[in-house]
Design a protein around this ligand. Structure first.
Ligand SMILES: C[S@@+](CC[C@H](N)C(=O)[O-])C[C@H]1O[C@@H](n2cnc3c(N)ncnc32)[C@H](O)[C@@H]1O
Length: 254
C-alpha cells in the first residue's frame, strides 16, 4: 500500500457499517498480540531508569479511529500502573499522543481520548494524570520534539509506504497489471521496487524516531509481511477484480 501525506487517504471515518471502527477486528487481533511486548517494554523502561521517571510520553503512530486507536496506549498506561502498584511507587505523569495522517477521523479520536483520561482517573483511588494529544502528520516526517518519547507503538500501519516507487511510476508499471502474462513477467521488477521503497521508508522512519526517543526508550511495532516474494495466489485470487480496478484508477490519477 502506498500513500502520500498530501493526498486524501484515510480509513473510513465514523461509526457506520462501513467504518474502520466497525471493520477492524482482524487488526485488533494483531494489536492484542503486542500487549505482552508492551508490558515487557514498560518493565524495561521502569527498571532501567534511575531515578524512577517523573513523566512518561507514549505515542501510537498510525492510530486510525475506533476502538483500535486506544488499544496500544491503554495497554501501556495499564502496564505502567501495574508496575508502579507492584513496586509501591507513585505512577509517573503520563502523556499519550496519537498520530495519523491529517485526514484521519480525529474528531472520533478526540472523544475516545477523553474517555481514556476519565476511566484512568476513576479506576485509581489516588490522583494521577494522563495528558492526551493528537499529532496529525506523516510518520515519515518529524512529529515530536527531540528526545521526548519514552515508548513508541505502531500496529498495522508501517506497510503503508510514503509513495509508490519512483521507477515504476516513471515507466507507468502498475502494482497489479490486469494482463496476467504482463503481470507475471514483471512480477520480480515490481516486487523488487516495492521492497526497495519499503527499505528506504523504514530506514527513514527509524532514523526520525531515533531523534525523538529518549535514550533507553522503547519501540513496539507490528506490520503485515510476507515470508516469500512469490505471489500469494490463494489470498490474491478472490480480490483480483477489485485489485485490478483499483490499480487502474491509481494509474489514471498518477
Ligand atoms: C490499517 S490502519 C491501522 C490502524 C490501527 N493502528 C490498528 O491497528 O487498527 C493504518 C493506519 O495508518 C495510517 N497511516 C498510513 N500511513 C501513514 C503515515 N505516513 N503517517 C501516519 N499514519 C499513517 C493510516 O491513515 C491508517 O489509519
Amino acid at each position: 500500500m502506498a500513500t502520500n501525506s498530501k493526498q486524501s487517504v484515510h480509513m473510513n471515518p465514523g461509526q457506520g457499517e462501513t467504518s474502520y471502527a466497525q471493520n477492524s477486528a482482524l487488526q485488533k487481533t494483531a494489536q492484542d498480540r503486542m500487549k505482552t511486548l508492551i508490558e515487557e517494554a514498560v518493565t524495561g523502561l521502569c527498571t532501567s531508569s534511575c531515578p524512577h521517571p517523573k513523566n512518561m510520553v507514549i505515542a501510537d503512530l498510525g492510530c486510525s479511529s475506533g476502538p483500535n486507536a486506544l488499544t496500544l496506549v491503554s495497554a501501556a498506561v495499564d502496564a505502567i500502573h501495574r508496575y508502579c502498584a507492584q513496586h509501591e511507587q507513585l505512577p509517573p505523569e503520563m502523556c499519550v499522543l496519537l498520530n495519523d495522517l491529517p485526514d484521519n477521523d480525529f474528531n472520533a479520536v478526540a472523544k475516545s481520548l477523553d474517555t481514556l483520561k476519565h476511566s484512568v482517573d476513576e479506576a485509581l483511588a489516588r490522583p494521577t494524570a494522563v495528558i492526551t494529544g493528537m499529532v496529525p502528520g506523516s510518520f515519515y516526517e518529524r512529529l515530536f520534539a527531540r528526545g521526548s518519547l519514552h515508548l513508541v507503538c505502531s500496529a498495522n500501519s508501517l506497510h503503508w509506504l510514503s509513495e509508490a516507487p519512483e521507477d515504476l511510476k516513471k515507466s507507468r508499471i502498475p502494482m497489479h497489471d490486469s494482463d496476467e502474462q504482463l503481470r507475471s513477467s514483471r512480477h520480480q521488477i515490481v516486487a523488487d521496487s516495492y521492497a526497495r521503497q519499503f527499505r528506504k521508508d523504514f530506514m527513514r522512519f527509524l532514523s526520525l524516531r531515533a531523534q525523538e526517543i529518549v535514550p533507553g526508550g522503547r519501540m513496539v511495532v507490528s506490520l503485515l509481511v510476507k515470508r516469500s516474494d512469490k505471489p500469494d495466489t490463494e489470498i490474491i485470487q478472490p480480490w483480483t477484480p477489485a485489485v485490478t480496478a483499483l490499480s487502474d484508477m491509481a494509474l489514471r490519477v498518477s
